[in-house]
Write a protein that binds this ligand. Structure first.
Ligand SMILES: Nc1ncnc2c1ncn2[C@@H]1O[C@H](COP(=O)(O)OP(=O)(O)OP(=O)(O)O)[C@@H](O)[C@H]1O
Ligand SMILES: [Mg+2]
Length: 392
């Protein structure tokens, strides 16, 4: 069997995985420079610093933050200063205590995950930092999820925590990453420690920028000459709709795997097209997996009313949402909260909510499903909702 599989186009497929952080992030030089400017006083003058990174999906926020943190640590080491960093994914850890626990675990991997209050854990963290004489940069990735679930109290605690100096040295800096503008989600006390000027924006990548990113990642991952230039162009083209580098890299990897399956030896545009068709469904799948119950129910309502139609009105969609809530024994959210759910789904890119549309008179908001057929979506969400109920 093994002798028939042919030579792979990949020389190092690992470099296409999501947690691989390239040495250099092309077209993120200005963001990187601003990060360096903002955080250099941490190393040079023992100051704490805070910043917010925002931008839409796949614009390199997490990757840039990780690259920056690694470089910052190296830079500090060269100056005989101890700076360390820890990244917390707040989608996976969306309560105050699990965030703080993850940070404590950075120094004490076996710290018990129960039985300590947040105040106690912060005291333990302080001791660890003082003992090691280290300044810690805490990166809260997808911070909006935490702020929505748990409020901004933790931000306040962590920024104030940094202010109590030890030998005129501040201990903790923060970096918040989010697709949404988290600044407006902070209470006034925490917002006052975050300067508005410390917001670093990550714009969507243009087709040209995506082409450079794909080229770079292809060089790392593929043997020489294993991808046609046309294929690189096409990947940039199809992912430029969202300006999303993650989507581009995912297509590159899938196309490579399809080329290997055919023992083609190189990635052609046909492999890219096939990969795009497959990737659509998996991108949607990962978006759906991140939804909470009421977001799912709202989407289920939209899917049910959208069958065969380009647009539905919010009135129709909300009616169907209420029916879906009844089916799943949930109390429907009030009208204004329902609008919040629509906004979430819109931000996530599963629907688009816009004022009016063709064939609908007056100024009403209409909803369009983006890249998944209504019937397929209906089935997927029901399966997810039932799966969840069984688990409880
Ligand atoms: N400029 C770049 N050069 C090379 N690779 C990049 C670049 N920007 C992003 N990538 C890659 O694209 C993928 C997505 O980037 P990243 O995870 O940083 O996006 P993000 O902005 O954090 O998205 P999300 O909001 O969905 O979390 C990663 O695999 C990352 O390595
Ligand atoms: Mg990210």
């Amino acid at each position: 069997m093994w002798e028939t599989i042919g030579k792979s186009v990949f020389k190092d497929q690992r470099t296409l995985s999501f947690d691989y952080v390239p040495q250099k992030l092309v077209h993120r030089e200005s963001q990187m420079k601003r990060l360096i400017m903002l955080y250099r006083p941490v190393v040079e003058s023992n100051f704490a610093q805070n910043a917010v990174l925002t931008g839409s999906v796949g614009t390199g926020k997490t990757a840039t933050a990780k690259r920056f943190c690694m470089d910052l640590k190296d830079f500090a080491e060269k100056q005989q200063k101890a700076v360390d960093w820890v990244l917390v994914n707040c989608r996976q850890r969306n309560s105050e205590s699990s965030v703080v626990l993850h940070v404590v675990n950075h120094f004490q991997p076996n710290f018990p995950d129960r039985g300590f209050s947040i105040t106690e854990m912060l005291r333990i963290l302080r001791k660890d930092l003082e003992k090691r004489k280290v300044h810690l940069l805490i990166v809260l990735d997808e911070a909006d999820v935490l702020l929505r679930k748990a409020g901004s109290d933790i931000i306040y605690k962590l920024t104030r925590f940094g202010e109590e100096k030890v030998e005129s040295k501040e201990l903790v800096s923060l970096m918040l990453i989010s697709q949404k503008n988290v600044y407006d989600m902070l209470d006034t006390a925490s917002a006052s420690t975050f300067k508005r000027t410390n917001i670093i924006e990550f714009g969507k990548y243009s087709t040209d920028e995506l082409r450079d990113i794909v080229k770079l990642r292809a060089e790392l991952a593929l043997h020489d000459g294993c991808i046609d230039l046309d294929s690189v162009d096409l990947i940039a083209e199809v992912s430029s709709e969202w300006g999303d580098a993650r989507f581009a890299i995912e297509i590159l990897e899938k196309a490579g795997m399809l080329a290997d399956e055919e023992i083609a030896g190189r990635i052609s545009v046909e492999h890219v097209r096939a990969a795009k068709a497959e990737a659509y469904s998996s991108v949607t799948e990962s978006k759906l997996a991140g939804l909470d119950k009421h977001q799912k129910l709202a989407l289920l309502g939209i899917a049910r009313t959208s069958k065969g139609k380009a647009y539905v009105t919010t009135g129709e969609a909300e009616g169907a949402y209420k029916v879906a809530c009844e089916e799943y024994d949930e109390k429907p959210r009030a009208h204004t909260a329902y609008w919040g759910l629509l906004k979430d789904l819109d931000t996530l890119g599963v629907i688009s909510a816009k004022k009016s549309g063709p064939g609908i008179s007056g100024k009403t908001t209409v909803i369009t499903l983006l890249d998944i057929p209504a019937r397929v979506l209906d089935e997927r969400i029901r399966a997810m909702l039932q799966g969840k109920q069984r688990a409880r």
